[in-house]
Design a protein around this ligand. Structure first.
Ligand code: NOJ
Length: 560
């Protein structure tokens, strides 16, 4: 297998607004991040992915960009950014920027011009259409609730926005749009960025007919995803982008790509395709969603989780490279979702991270995950800030859903679960700010915070350090071939990795009670080394017959 630095790396995602505030305005900023670089180095991560820091009116916390080459006022200046870049590089870490080019802010000069008149040279930078019989051009709903079209009175036309109405979609069919984007990317590369995470990059090419989407009877809007995901020209554009900018540099690239199977994914990341290196797939994130989407809560099962993870492991290996994640700024906290955030918080957070990090792919850690931060339940909808959450809440409650029912979904799935401020210590506002935080801090910061976790050798944080270090020590963790074992075990997810004469045996108990593991075949290996575990273990235990305690995990390195 081809070796690469980004395969051997661990990425740490920072959501700057919630990471560290240096100037007491209650909003995280670049100087705040700079003040924590030694912490990140100590943790051992190799690459920092920065969620957007560009100028933005913050309708969607920076995912609505009004200037791609300026820094958001609240976060600092381009000088601060350069200091951050140098601080990372001096410590041997790399910087991956978020690239949001499916849409801009409606306050971006391109859109301001585009909106001025049908004759503007910028009109065609966006997707404008006439209405149909006095209605929107088609029946698509926005991913953030309501229609995906916004009516513009002066020109009597509608523009498309797959997300909020302040996030108009760019028209990638326009060559000038693509050229401007490549030029902007090149500018950042020249400034020393080491890669890009590309926001919903498989939505950039839409079926030009923009046909109505499938609509369920009880729904107001149809779903256009078949016409805007993996559209007709997406690969042509990504190959063009690769040729124009990416190819000439040794970068890390990862596309956010919902709605693909491993086979479709390989069209984006297949080694011979010259598009991207990795993608974020969503199948495992959809396991607890019902047919009505993310807010429609259904229980997930170990059976499905294991099936989906294994499908991606075996589907991609040898032909591309996986990204490994259970958390990011859009998802609930992993320990609340897949573990037990109360009685077995420490054990289950360690087990879940082990299960993920020992797979084949590049692991992504989201800020706070390394100390086992949990979901939050604010008393009132007034305390929530996320546009997706608020739009959905107002939409469904205006149509009759009980507030309690809506809040239950928000507690489980709302994006603000991931966006409460990073918990640094036990002081007011968890040490995140000396002002008033833009969003409330999780009350459990007295118990869950970086300072306490550093002091406790047994903490989740120290476990993450061990996982990262193990990856640097044993190349089997990076390059070994994945094979699922005991695919039908009721409680334990077991798999092996194989490289040359070595085998890495990974067994993870997903249950809150003891579970038995019987697999005599691994007795045959002459050397065995226990490299990761989350309970005290007697080193002489018999590998053929193990009793795993609640949420226990063990990783053994075996050799012939
Ligand atoms: C995906 C991003 O991760 C999310 O935070 C954002 O709201 C949408 N794309 C729109 O940019």
């Amino acid at each position: 297998m081809q070796q690469a630095w980004w395969k051997e790396s661990v990425v740490y995602q920072i959501y700057p607004r919630s990471f560290m505030d240096s100037n007491a305005d209650g909003i995280g900023d670049l100087q705040g991040i700079i003040s924590k670089l030694d912490y990140l180095k100590w943790l051992g991560v190799d690459v920092i992915w920065l969620s957007p820091v560009y100028r933005s009116p913050n309708d969607d916390n920076g995912y609505d960009i009004s200037d791609y080459q300026e820094i958001m006022n609240e976060f600092g200046t381009i000088r601060d950014w350069e200091q951050l870049r140098d601080g990372l590089h001096d410590r041997g870490m790399k910087l991956m920027m978020d690239l949001v080019v499916n849409h801009t802010s409606d306050e971006h000069p391109w859109f301001v011009e585009s909106r001025k008149s049908k004759e503007s040279p910028y009109r065609d930078y966006y997707i404008w259409r006439d209405g149909k019989d006095g209605n929107e051009p088609n029946n698509w709903g926005s991913i953030f609730s309501g229609s995906a079209w916004e009516y513009d009175v002066p020109s009597d036309q509608y523009y498309l926005h797959l997300f909020s109405k302040k996030q108009p979609d760019l028209n990638w069919e326009n060559t000038s749009v693509r050229e401007e984007i490549y030029k902007m990317m090149q500018w950042w590369i020249d400034k020393g960025v080491d890669g890009f995470r590309m926001d919903v990059i498989n939505m950039i090419s839409k079926d030009p007919e923009l046909p109505d989407g499938e609509k369920q009877e009880d729904q107001t809007y149809g779903s256009g995803h078949l016409s805007f995901m993996n559209g007709p020209h997406v690969h042509e554009y990504l190959q063009e982008m690769n040729k124009s900018v990416l190819n000439n540099h040794d970068l890390i690239t990862v596309g956010e790509i919902p709605g693909v199977s491993p086979e479709l994914a390989l069209l984006y990341i297949g080694s011979e395709r010259q598009e991207l290196q990795m993608l974020f797939q969503f199948e495992h994130m959809d396991l607890d969603s019902g047919s009505n989407g993310k807010w429609d809560l259904v229980p997930w099962s170990l059976f499905d989780f294991r099936k989906v993870m294994s499908k991606w492991q075996t589907g991609i290996q040898g032909r591309g490279w996986n990204s490994l994640y259970l958390n990011n700024h859009d998802q609930p906290r992993l320990v609340s979702r897949f573990g037990d955030d109360f009685r077995y918080r420490v054990e289950s957070a360690k087990m879940l991270s082990t299960c993920l990090h020992m797979m084949q792919g590049t692991p992504f850690i989201y800020q706070g995950e390394e100390i086992g931060m949990t979901n939050v339940q604010f008393d009132s909808i007034e305390d929530y800030k996320d546009i997706e959450t608020l739009n959905w809440f107002h939409d469904v409650t205006s149509k009759g859903m009980e507030i309690d029912e809506a809040m239950t979904s928000i507690f489980a799935k709302g994006r603000d679960n991931a966006r409460t401020p990073m918990q640094w210590n036990t002081s007011d506002h968890a040490g995140f700010t000396s002002g008033t935080p833009w969003i409330r801090v999780n009350q459990n910061h007295d118990e869950i915070n970086v300072e306490s976790a550093i002091a406790d050798e047994d903490s989740i944080l120290h476990h993450y350090r061990k996982l990262i270090e193990a990856r640097k020590t044993h190349s089997i963790i990076v390059y070994g071939e994945y094979e699922l074992i005991q695919p039908n075990h009721m409680h334990i997810y077991g798999y092996i990795r194989k490289l040359d004469t070595q085998v890495l045996l990974v067994i993870c108990n997903f249950a809150f009670h003891q579970a038995d593991w019987n697999m005599p075949v691994y007795r045959a290996y002459s050397t065995k080394q226990l490299i990761i575990h989350n309970y005290p273990v007697d080193d002489n235990s018999d590998l053929g017959q193990i009793k795993l305690r609640p949420y226990e995990c063990r990783v053994y390195l075996l050799d012939k």
